[in-house]
Design a protein around this ligand. Structure first.
Ligand SMILES: CC(C)(COP(=O)(O)OP(=O)(O)OC[C@H]1O[C@@H](n2cnc3c(N)ncnc32)[C@H](O)[C@@H]1OP(=O)(O)O)[C@@H](O)C(=O)NCCC(=O)NCCS
Length: 202
């Protein structure tokens, strides 16, 4: 699936749509932590590069929402995925990405769509170099990187990915939604896919 995802600028979670995305705020720390804690042990290892406990995850969620841009993917009002953008330098030209999707939502193209969305967010923020790190065994994440043209370097069981971006002028989300018929078609496809995932989540 090459789904694109739309952004809802509203900060409310009362949106009745099956799936939507919005930027997370510091007040979302508990639900961000809950989402990360629902990752099983193997997925937590893939996400964090090693075993991490609940205290670590709770503290991580608090800290990250105070410093990074995090896009949350909500399904039926529950946070089921997150795409994080961590600025690495004062100029905001280098940033690191990280992704998490709960297991029932994986393998349907959402990781790729999430990456594409975070890439756009980064470009609008003026980021010129996007990097991510993952375990060398993380085939899904490596596939996402390869598809997006990332240069991959392998070292000590880890992969380091680096991707040059072209900063883009900022457009208001409302305008972007109104003018992007392609994105709308992508959202419709996404919703179809997510209904399958949502059923599995039950
Ligand atoms: C990494 C992650 C976000 C990818 O999301 P996803 O929805 O599973 O990925 P997609 O369905 O979009 O697939 C992306 C690509 O990986 C491939 N892929 C997916 N699962 C795969 C697997 N188990 N083995 C090999 N390739 C796989 C897909 O074929 C696709 O390749 P393509 O773009 O060439 O078609 C998700 O798997 C995840 O949250 N994993 C646990 C946490 C993690 O690893 N985070 C990344 C470290 S920061």
């Amino acid at each position: 699936m090459s789904a694109e995802l739309s952004f809802h600028s509203a900060s409310s979670d009362l949106d009745a749509s099956p799936a939507h995305q919005r930027r997370l705020a510091p007040k979302d720390a508990a639900r961000f932590g809950d989402h990360l804690l629902r990752l099983d042990a193997a997925s937590r290892r893939l996400r964090f590069g090693g075993a991490v406990n609940e205290d670590f995850i709770r503290a991580y969620a608090e800290r990250v929402l105070g410093s990074a841009t995090v896009i949350g993917l909500f399904v039926a009002g529950e946070l089921r995925g997150a795409a994080e953008l961590h600025t690495l330098d004062d100029a905001g030209e280098r940033a690191e990405a990280a992704f998490s999707l709960e297991a029932p939502l994986r393998g349907a193209g959402l990781g790729g769509a999430f990456f594409a969305n975070l890439r756009r967010v980064a470009e609008r923020a003026g980021v010129r170099r996007l990097v991510f790190q993952c375990l060398a065994e993380n085939r899904a994440m490596l596939a996402v990187g390869r598809r997006n043209g990332a240069e991959l370097r392998f070292e000590g069981g880890e992969a380091h990915a680096s991707l040059a971006l072209t900063p883009a002028p900022v457009r208001a989300p409302r305008e972007a939604r109104a003018t992007s018929a392609a994105a709308r078609r992508g959202v419709d496809r996404l919703r179809g896919g997510l209904q399958v995932g949502e059923a599995a989540l039950g």
